[in-house]
Design a protein. Structure first.
Length: 446
């Protein structure tokens, strides 16, 4: 039924979205999207859940924009719900029903001569920052992180950009498994006494297209919420990269450090500890100027873990509100590997076997950065460190066909893990085996 709905939406004539009112000189634009994705995970690798998980994840977005010469408005309602799941399913990030995730005004400001532009957003919004490893609007996950506050942006004609923002993270609701299983409707709430502020700079491209970016983020949540533990951490990150050319080398290096205080479990007690953590991403690739335009990447990611769970500090990296789909694999009900207490070398190949086909194949070897810290997100931990660091090897692939450009696409993907010794020795018979994950999605824009 959902697949037929998606095809019907794609077959609709283009919406007459831009209608100009000559008396007010404003432009109104209405558009939307719908995605239906079937997912299957078997066996389940998380502690305390059933042997497998299945979900039909449905996401619909409706966007209304009203644009003036200096002032514009954007409103977006996102409906994310799940079918075919049960009480043993994973719900985090899957259900967020009829939520107005964006309602903001944008004011264009005078930015001086030289082709510079500046704007100020006020209200509720989603945010993408840089490569999106620390702050992102997720493209794969159902529920989307949103924030309420102010966001100032500036850029010039050469491509230099700067940004400063101060926002309150919104708590995704409903937040109990029973309510999520029923797809209950409940408006998101601001995280109490919590604030996220940051600054960002991106350099103009050099002659070889290399660019540099720098960002600083502070997340302060002294009381904590249902989704954020009490913490006060600052994250400084730097990134240098060269985009993929038609033929030749491309590369990217991103490094981040965190300092502050955060909550961690020591024994059976939650304690506020000194926080000192880091992450590194490095990749180098070569794009071949031949048919199928393949790009071969060698990659390495590392995010620190807590090396000694008994001392007065924690070194486990906090991934904040970042996206990890493009580094560590699919999220949603899978999400086996997070950017926290992990070290993973890998190789990735992307290519286009036909004009509207995109294909990716990736291999990763996943290790714990700190053997005494947790496999984050799984519920398994060996505080002695005797189970070692090997989480397993993951083979991942995805295929995307753009059936109708800008209107209809079909995507399918697979992630298969050959589990390492850590889970088996830590969980014993409670670990059900190496997980296998499959998804198939149909997406429409209208």
């Amino acid at each position: 039924m959902t697949a037929w709905l998606s095809l019907a939406l794609a077959a609709l004539p283009a919406w007459p979205s831009r209608g100009q009112d000559s008396s007010t000189d404003k432009i109104v634009d209405f558009h939307g999207s719908h995605r239906a994705r079937y997912e299957r995970l078997a066996p389940q690798y998380r502690a305390g859940l059933g042997g497998s998980d299945t979900v039909l994840a449905l996401q619909t977005s409706l966007v209304l924009e009203a644009k003036g010469e200096r002032l514009s408005f954007l409103g977006e309602i996102l409906d994310a719900r799940a079918e075919l799941n049960d009480t043993d399913s994973v719900f985090a990030g899957v259900v967020n029903t009829l939520e107005p995730i964006q309602t903001h005004l944008t004011l264009r400001l005078d930015a001086g001569d030289g082709g510079a532009e500046s704007s100020l957003r006020l209200g509720r919004m989603t945010i993408d920052l840089g490569k999106r490893r620390l702050l992102a609007r997720s493209n794969f996950r159902q529920a989307v992180a949103s924030f309420t506050g102010a966001d100032w942006q500036w850029q010039n004609a050469r491509g230099t950009r700067a940004r400063v923002f101060y926002v309150v993270p919104m708590r995704t609701m409903p937040d109990t498994p029973a309510e999520q299983l029923d797809n209950d409707i409940e408006l998101d709430r601001g995280a109490r006494d919590t604030a996220l502020w940051g600054a960002y700079y991106l350099s103009a491209p050099r002659a070889d297209r290399t660019q540099f970016e720098l960002s600083f983020l502070t997340l302060d949540s002294p009381r904590g919420t249902g989704e954020i533990s009490p913490l006060d951490i600052g994250t400084l990150s730097a990134r240098v990269f060269r985009p993929v050319p038609r033929g030749g080398f491309n590369y990217e290096v991103e490094v981040g450090i965190q300092r502050g205080e955060s909550t961690a479990l020591q024994g059976n007690t939650q304690r506020l500890l000194d926080h000192e953590a880091y992450y590194v991403h490095a990749e180098i690739g070569y794009a071949f100027d031949v048919a199928w335009t393949p790009n071969l990447l060698l990659q390495y990611d590392r995010a620190s873990g807590d090396r000694d769970p008994t001392d007065g500090r924690t070194e486990r990296f906090n991934p904040l509100f970042g996206e990890r789909r493009f580094d560590t694999g699919p999220t949603s009900i899978y999400g086996a590997f997070q950017r926290s207490n992990i070290a993973t070398p890998g190789v990735r190949v992307t290519f286009n076997p036909a004009p509207r086909w995109r294909t990716m194949v990736a291999y990763r070897n996943f290790l714990l950065d700190a053997a005494r810290d947790a496999w984050v997100g799984s519920g398994w931990r060996d505080p002695t460190g005797q189970a070692g660091r090997s989480l397993g090897q993951q083979l991942e692939t995805s295929f995307t066909w753009t059936a109708i450009p800008d209107r209809l696409s079909i995507e399918t993907g697979l992630a298969v893990v050959d589990s390492g010794r850590f889970a088996g020795q830590t969980a014993g018979a409670a670990f059900l085996g190496s997980p296998r994950y499959f998804y198939a999605a149909i997406s429409t824009n209208f």
